[in-house]
Design a protein around this ligand. Sequence first.
Ligand code: PHE
Ligand code: NA
Length: 432
Amino acid sequence: MARETWATRMGFILAAVGSAVGLGNIWRFPFITSQEGGGAFLLLYLLFVVLIGFPAILVEFVIGRYTELNPVGAIRELGSGAWNYLGWLFVVTGFVTLSYYSVVAGWFLRYTLIGVTDGYALAGPEEANALYGSVTTGLDSLLFHAVFMALVIGIIAAGVRRGIEVGVKVMVPAIVVLLVGLAGYAFTLDAAGAAYAYYLTPDFGYLAANWTSILPAAAGQAFFTLSLGMGVMITYASYLGEDRNLAADAGIIAALDTFVAVLVGFVVFPFLFAAGIEPGGPGPSAIFVSLTSAFAGIPGGRVIGIVFFAMVGIAALSSAISILEVLVSYLIDEVDVARVPAATAIGVAVFLLGVPVTIDLIFLGLYDNLAGGVLLVLGSLLLALFVGWVIPDVARNELEKGIGDLGSLGIAWIWIVRIPIVVVVLVSLYLG
Ligand code: PHE
Ligand code: NA
């Protein structure tokens, strides 16, 4: 059977944006920003997205489009010897990441439902904490993890065009519309001014004193939020089937992902300030506990809360499908398994790997530190070394297809891949 391709250019871009925009922007970004000191972290993160993230997206794109293969097959075709293991690293990272990503996404589904059935009228932070505890552990967590994985499997089983492409054409516009609506509402709150000031003021003294922890966090977040280091962008670009301007596409994707992350701050912080809640509660629980308290205290909070949690659930879904697609494309290309059984079997395996996270939150930190903190940057580092030093000419030629002769810009790209990306990741791994 002929390998699938995207039906339209828009389909590819929306799929990649859908992958990029997810829990990384809405759940991980705010709590890491507050852990790492706010504005100072924001600044470094933005710098890394532009200088490292954008060139790194192109690295994955050219490999995918050139080989028209899954990450394992793609790297085997281009490299030899020990490089073959690199494709496997992507697969393992994706496997671990999706397992906990789905559990957390399930919590957002649960919180959406709580808004519908009961609302968020909680007596105070203790009740909000207790609710978080009951949602995130035990049967509730397991059930919604299963529901979420079932949705992911369903979309991926339906295929590139009928599943992913159709799905993202609905999901991505919905995310943007809901988020812009929420930001508009947040803007009308009296507390908005103070909230924006808190969010946007970088503390350079703090940056100078804490850069050893801010730098690895900002680099890791830049890779995570752009869906790098797991072969997602390789896989999605492998379905292109035609040459067009990959740099323009990568620019749109990075810009939209960053826009969403920054806009989330314009939503979350006014909500917290309006309800008189101290921002910067550290850790993964922050956004749930403080926001449910906030929704209890602002006008129209119940509806706003439902819209917010549902939006996050949709964003998580359009990201999770991209990770499962990496694993499924491997089985289809390399092992010749049909799409539906491949999606089902891997989806169930991912579900099982996520079960410990539903039992004890210790595993959430463990999985996130391993996959999001180490494996993902390691994969990006090795891929940069591979493309920059082993196949630079193939890569540059491929990038120029659909753009034209880039001249010194193309050479500059290779040198960014060769040195700055590698240095930033090595320093991050050393410090982190
Ligand atoms: N970029 C996604 C987010 O921000 C997470 C993700 C990482 C998805 C890697 C796919 C691959 O939520
Ligand atoms: Na993201």
